[in-house]
Ligand binder design. Sequence first.
Ligand SMILES: [Fe+2]
Ligand SMILES: [Fe+2]
Length: 469
Amino acid sequence: MGIDYTERIPNNVDLAEDRRLKRALESWQPRFLQWWAEMGPALPTQDVYLRTAVAVGREGWAHFDHVPLPEYRWGIFLAERDADRRIAFGQHKGQPVWQQVPGEYRADLQRLIVIQGDTEPASVEQQRRLGLSAPSLYDLRNLFQVNVEEGRHLWAMVYLLHAYFGRSGRDEAEALLLRNSGSEDSPRILGAFNEETPDWLSFFMFTYFTDRDGKYQLGTLKESAFDPLGRTCEFMLKEEAHHMFVGTTGVDRVVERTAQLMREHDDDDVRKYGGIPLNVIQKYINFHYSVSLDLFGGETSTNVANYYTAGLKGRWQEERRKDDHLLTEAVAVVPRIEDGRLAEARLPALTALNADLRGEYVADCVTGVNRWNRILGSHGLGPVLHLPHVGFNRKVGTFAGHHVSPDGRVLAQHEWEAAAGRWLPTAEDKTHVLSLMRPVYEPGKIAAWVAPPRSGIDGRPFDYEYVHL
Ligand SMILES: [Fe+2]
Ligand SMILES: [Fe+2]
């Protein structure tokens, strides 16, 4: 199914057939563009080598061209409909999926869509100033690609709100542009999306750890019995894969460069050679991993149990799970703190679905750390990078209000305070990383703190003019 780009809002949902909806979205569009102008990339550019979806099928969804950023065609693209699709879990399991929102689930579905929708523009806001210090044109292009796609993901959620939730959906769509990352008065809904992304090490960590949370949340919504939501998320996940790539290979390249400098100078402290020491990289891992774990919510949640039973939100790869997909009898083991010590609790699996999703996420994060340690290994260095304990630096769930060390010991307040600077980025670490952030806009050149990529985008060489300033 092709996408009509002569339309004001490119789409594959037959928008031309629904004049009321089309008008509503067309009145939201200028507000979106105004938000993009105010809160989107701060660096002015002529055009950027971007990928745009021209169709959602296997062939057409990744079309590359130089595009002026404000002319990027944000549109509404859903994965194709499977007419035989049935609900895979919960009390409606086996019934046909819903094409409309059942009245009794209206409020819950709207809430899930708003929370997802709120994260998309938030990351654009967080990354707004990064273009001013891009380490290369290649990286600058990747940043903008991520930004325009997060903008499109906002469109994806706004479409659902407008098309299926009437007046209150339109109000929520409006509010998505009024909240802003880090705002005192109207911050974004989730904590990690109000943190700063002031430097490119943070950006790579964000796209590795925090975008990856997004991947897992979308994975659960992709299973939804509300078919338009499932199909929307399925297509978003395709775009999201590139965001993961930016994070994974970004950290790869920082680790690579640090290892080169360590070997060249036979010195662990590569700060004086313009690099980022491994212990600082580790602290950034600790920070971004722990704030991203908070996005999974508390270990136990009756809301999430209800969403599952109702069919609104499934598990990661629901259909590949070998169980009854009802979970009325199943038991799960979740961590908790008991009398100041780490312990485990056996609970109904239904109430522990956040912990289940977090477990899938953690297993995925481990693969990145292994990869970065392999890079160190290829330079004759030991595998020193690791993920901290899930209880480390947490603000949400069972570990909130406790202090847990990266190796999983529950600490007293004074022990935590004495050691926190060894585990989380200090003001000095951040100042050093920031001091390295100088823009490099010459094709084929790259900043000294990061290695060049192994290959370019869309088969182009690294020295291609990915961005015209
Ligand atoms: Fe997204
Ligand atoms: Fe993303």
